[in-house]
Design a protein around this ligand. Structure first.
Ligand code: HEM
Length: 284
């Protein structure tokens, strides 16, 4: 398959083009990874996309942004109390998923299951492990493998890696002493999602794309959350949670060793960030 790459200056135009659609997904048995991918907004078009997106929007609109931010800060502080840790393993993914799940009515989410699915979600690499993770979340959401259940799981999975990347990069690069400023600077100057993929359903004039070609569409600070009908519906919630986590992370020593990044083409995410809480003078 031919892949054509486009710069971020064409993101709004191309992501709004009706002839460019998300990569196709193959349906699978209810309750597995293929079933999830075939049932969420992310890979859908037309009426199915509009309906599923409305389900996600209903879940997100019911969330209070101040509660998300405060819960993210509190849960991060609780983890930081344990002592030195890797933020990427213990905080950056776990806290956003927990906070969102709580707000979606799932008080004890299986965060490991969400992380397993998130790692395979875009590429669609179904294994026994990913299918078991999806089955565990279907059970947690009430046991019925239907569209609203897929919307709830999809929301947690979509949030997991991108929000972790935003938090990790804000911690790695942030130097302002303000969580709000660090998160805003990341989104403006170095947003975590670097590109997204579409498939040409038809020939697209002015692009060189022929039917079936793959388009890699760059994203930058003008469109950190994408554009067009699939633009991220979790933008405000993601920012609130990232600020809450970063507020708590102001209480750790900033990383002072070089940071390695995961080898992913479309997401800039630190592999690990080791930190130690700042110990106030006089405290043990
Ligand atoms: C609360 C956290 C988040 C939630 C609940 C969330 C949810 C979602 C959902 C459900 C979609 C698919 C929408 C659709 O196809 O109609 C999506 C797309 C997207 N999200 Fe998020 N997201 C979150 C955080 C983030 C963050 C932190 C970023 C990066 C700064 C991000 C970037 C994107 C992008 C670029 C897309 C569009 C992908 C495309 O068009 O191919 N998201 N998000």
């Amino acid at each position: 398959m031919t892949t054509v790459s486009f710069g971020a200056e064409r993101a709004a135009e191309l992501l709004g083009h009706p002839g460019l659609v998300p990569p196709p997904v193959a349906p699978g048995p209810p309750g597995g990874l293929d079933w999830l991918r075939a049932g969420v907004a992310r890979f859908a078009t037309g009426g199915a996309h509009a309906r599923r997106r409305a389900q996600v929007a209903d879940l997100l609109d019911a969330m209070d942004l101040d509660v998300l931010r405060l819960r993210a800060e509190i849960l991060t502080c609780i983890v930081l109390d344990e002592g030195p840790l890797d933020v990427m393993t213990r905080v950056a993914r776990d806290v956003p998923v927990r906070v969102l799940a709580e707000s979606a009515g799932l008080p004890e989410p299986d965060v490991a299951a969400v992380r397993t699915i998130a790692a395979a979600y875009l590429a669609g690499e179904a294994t026994a492990e990913t299918d078991a993770a999806v089955a565990a979340l279907v059970a947690a959401f009430g046991g019925v493998p239907d569209e609203p259940t897929a919307a709830g799981i999809g929301l947690l999975v979509q949030a997991c890696e991108a929000t972790a990347a935003l938090i990790g990069n804000a911690l790695a690069d942030g130097a302002s002493g303000s969580a709000c400023a660090d998160v805003a600077a990341q989104l403006r100057d170095d947003p975590p999602v670097k590109a997204t993929i579409r498939i040409a359903a038809t020939g697209i004039a002015g692009t060189g794309l022929r039917p079936g070609d793959r388009a890699r569409i760059g994203l930058d600070g003008s469109h950190p959350f994408g554009a067009g009908p699939h633009a991220c519906p979790g933008r405000e919630q993601a920012i609130a949670i990232a600020i809450g986590v970063c507020e708590a992370l102001l209480r750790v020593q900033p990383p002072n060793t070089p940071i390695a990044y995961e080898a992913l083409e479309n997401l800039r995410i630190p592999a690990r960030i080791d930190v130690a809480p700042i110990v106030a003078e006089g405290n043990p």
